[in-house]
Design a protein around this ligand. Structure first.
Ligand SMILES: C[S@@+](CC[C@H](N)C(=O)[O-])C[C@H]1O[C@@H](n2cnc3c(N)ncnc32)[C@H](O)[C@@H]1O
Length: 311
């Protein structure tokens, strides 16, 4: 099954395919705990990198990599002083969306985001945890894969963060979390990852239906349990890097039908398409239209799906 399965969903299928075949621009984000955009730009431009700030998110920037570094070797962002010192974190542009969407929702309500305890249920290797930690009082970073937790810890250490607590539970269970008074959560679930096709060209051939069918109950279980442990009225961002409605709108539809959440609108200043309400033989509740699909051709990024929910 190829990406052609999504032809009927995409507004401009030709532009979509063309974008999926182009390499992905390299992007990173400033770690404001240790540095600033101006300091990072000076450091990276000093060793030959081009730095262009994202117009929708002040901390994010695109990088133009020089052919060689100052020693005549292949230039790599991971070898720069800015990276070593924890001034930056290399992160896909669309992967920066969930923490930004969480902020958008909260600030519209006039909530003091600096006081919040935020749960990141599927946190490793910590791109979103380390981003959220800049705006929250404390991040509870959970991941059921103990092997990936070391990468999460390495990132929080390199970035100098002291407000991240780490746990390793299955996100469908989260024992004892109900009592913690969690204010908000990010649910960046394991998914088939087809929308990372620009970074992983093997996804041009699509993924197996078996693989998808085994992930969907896990995605539903994790989102459902997270909505139970977040306080009433708290914001929850659900996200994936797949185009598949089964892993996106159908999962949101599942928790809406159980009365666990409502869907909120958001706009971060990037082009996107509304969530779909019909797919194959299934129909979803109309509220899922407020969720957003980010296709590669719309903003020259990877693909992504984001839903902003209120518990
Ligand atoms: C898309 S990745 C998360 C990426 C991460 N949010 C980031 O920004 O760096 C999904 C993560 O879910 C974790 N995971 C898979 N099944 C899980 C479960 N049942 N409970 C909690 N985490 C799970 C995987 O180990 C993986 O690290």
């Amino acid at each position: 099954m190829t990406l052609e399965r999504y032809a009927e969903l995409v507004d401009d299928y030709e532009a979509f395919v063309e974008a999926c075949e182009r390499p992905l621009p390299l992007t990173a984000r400033v770690n404001r705990v240790k540095s600033s955009f101006d300091e990072v730009r000076e450091s990276l431009e000093g060793v030959g990198f081009g730095v262009e700030r994202l117009d929708w998110y002040d901390d994010g920037f695109r990088l133009d990599v020089p052919e060689d570094d100052e020693n005549g070797e292949e230039a790599k962002i991971g070898n720069t002083l800015a990276h070593y010192l924890g001034w930056i974190h290399v992160q896909e542009e669309v992967s920066m969306l969930p923490p930004v969407v969480l902020e958008t929702g909260a600030s519209e309500d006039g909530e003091d985001t600096d006081d919040r305890l935020v749960l990141d249920v599927c946190a490793a290797p910590g791109s979103k945890t380390t981003q959220i930690a800049q705006y929250a009082a404390c991040v509870l970073a959970n991941d059921d894969n103990i092997g990936r937790i070391s990468a999460l810890r390495n990132n929080t250490d390199r970035l100098g963060l002291t407000n991240v607590a780490v746990t390793s539970h299955d996100g469908r269970r989260l024992p004892g979390f109900d009592a913690l008074g969690i204010d908000a959560a990010v649910v960046d679930v394991p998914c088939t990852s087809e929308a990372t096709v620009r970074k992983n060209p093997e996804y041009r051939d699509g993924v197996s239906q078996n693989q998808r069918e085994s992930l969907v109950p896990v995605q539903k279980g994790i989102l459902s349990r997270t909505l139970d442990v977040v306080r009433d009225g708290g914001r929850v961002v659900y996200s994936t890097c797949t185009f598949a409605p089964e892993e996106n709108e159908a999962v949101v539809d599942h928790v809406l039908r159980k009365g666990k959440a409502s869907v909120l609108n958001f706009d971060v200043g990037l082009e996107s398409s509304p969530g779909v309400t019909e797919w194959q033989d299934d129909e979803y509740v109309s509220e899922v239209e407020k969720t957003r699909r980010f296709y590669p051709h719309q903003n020259d990024t990877g693909g992504f799906y984001v839903a902003l929910l209120e518990a």
